[in-house]
Design a protein around this ligand. Sequence first.
Ligand SMILES: C[S@@+](CC[C@H](N)C(=O)[O-])C[C@H]1O[C@@H](n2cnc3c(N)ncnc32)[C@H](O)[C@@H]1O
Length: 244
Amino acid sequence: MADAPRPGTGRHLAFMSPLSGERADRLAADLARRRPGTVLDLGCGWGELLLRILALAPGARGTGVDEHEHDVTRGRANAAERGLAERATFVHGPAKEHLSSADVVISVGAYHALGSITEALRELRALLHPGGRLLFAAEFWEQPPTAARLALMWPGMTADDCTDLAGLVDAAIAAGFRPLRIETATRGEWEEFESGLAADREEWLIGNPDHPEAAEIRAALDSQRSIWLRGHRDLMGFAYLTLG
Ligand SMILES: C[S@@+](CC[C@H](N)C(=O)[O-])C[C@H]1O[C@@H](n2cnc3c(N)ncnc32)[C@H](O)[C@@H]1O
């Protein structure tokens, strides 16, 4: 019997966020067009967006930082495969211990690595070279969440964990940025993300229904799916802010 896959490896995903390849390519092209010399991605996962920017900006060097070792290893392998190993450095560790300044800074789904949204935006602002760009992506409420819906999401989730989209952009402006592009993940991007996140273990479960770990994995997947479909679907948004 095959061992159960670890949760959340993202093996079936191109990004560890609700981000389509089309949006990623456009964002990467926009950021690369400014010919950055340095790109920093804090909480990079396996750094797919970072690598797409480096591929389009031949003069740029990039650093991705993530505390998840498996992701960093995947990022290094992808960089080597695409001939980007010389220009892409993947650092395994906490973002706060590996801060550096850059022309393009990326924080996608990872502001927690630097504290609250306000704290993260302030920190990221300080890292950005004059004239640089920050791509900041984070959750927001599409509508105010009711207590009943919050109770169906992740344990401990409160309405204060996010603002609305206007509040998120206001927070960026308060940190010293101007918003150049404000865009939000589509339902299709969420569906790709949530389905892809579960795909590893769902496929394993079909092939290993009697495995000693099957009941535990099935319960975890059912809970994860319920949090999405009963909890945050169409209520929690994900914004991509290009900030200057
Ligand atoms: C939602 S994932 C997004 C990954 C990537 N930005 C992407 O969009 O594909 C958040 C990432 O932040 C990383 N992370 C969380 N806290 C961190 C910290 N304190 N330092 C470094 N990385 C952290 C996680 O390991 C995870 O890979």
